[in-house]
Design a protein around this ligand. Structure first.
Ligand code: M6P
Ligand code: ZN
Length: 170
């Protein structure tokens, strides 16, 4: 059955890429609303449009009973006083959990519930962090090296960026 994938690939962005991963590159110009200092954003964009993070994902026709597995490389950098971060999202419909395993580097996952409650857990080489359903999650690179992490969730998720953007992990 073509829709029931079996594979074993190296546990790294390069391994994913070698086996045909789809790579999504997020540049600062697409992420400017995440940062509190618009002048700092414009100063950087006047020179260059840096890649802030890349998500490597195997291009399967996922069914909702599959597992979504991706590797993200979140580069080190700052915008004003704030470190590079992912957009962050809720899993809507249904609220599925996600586990994140740190492979390289140092950072944190910010979690926020719809009622506003905010938490923070480490995402570093050798940690496994777990976001139960109902917690929006954003990863922040607090270190000076790329933060590389593996994430796994049910493939039934729908990314809700709007609600997370409204609450903004603040
Ligand atoms: C993690 C997971 C992925 C997500 C990625 C980038 O790897 O949560 O599902 O795609 O981070 O984060 P975002 O989708 O919020 O930009
Ligand atoms: Zn997620």
């Amino acid at each position: 059955h073509a829709h029931e994938p079996i594979f074993a690939i190296p546990f790294s962005p390069a391994g994913y890429e070698k086996y045909g991963a789809h790579v999504t590159r997020r540049r600062l110009s697409q992420l400017r609303h995440l940062y509190g200092d618009p002048v700092a954003v414009d100063q950087i964009l006047a020179r260059e449009d840096p890649v802030v993070y890349e998500v490597y994902e195997m291009p399967y026709p996922y069914r909702e009973t599959d597992l979504l597995i991706n590797i993200t490389v979140l580069y080190p950098g700052r915008v004003g006083g704030e470190p590079y971060m992912t957009k962050g999202h809720f899993h809507a419909e249904p609220d599925t959990a996600e586990a994140v395993i740190g492979l390289e580097g140092d950072g944190e996952m910010l979690l926020q519930r719809r009622d506003g409650e905010l938490r923070k857990v480490p995402v570093s080489e050798g940690t496994i962090s777990y976001a139960g359903g109902g917690w929006a999650h954003r990863v922040v690179n607090t270190g000076s090296r790329p933060l590389v992490f593996f994430a796994v969730s049910g493939a039934n998720i729908v990314h809700d960026y709007e609600t997370a953007e409204r609450l903004n992990f603040s």
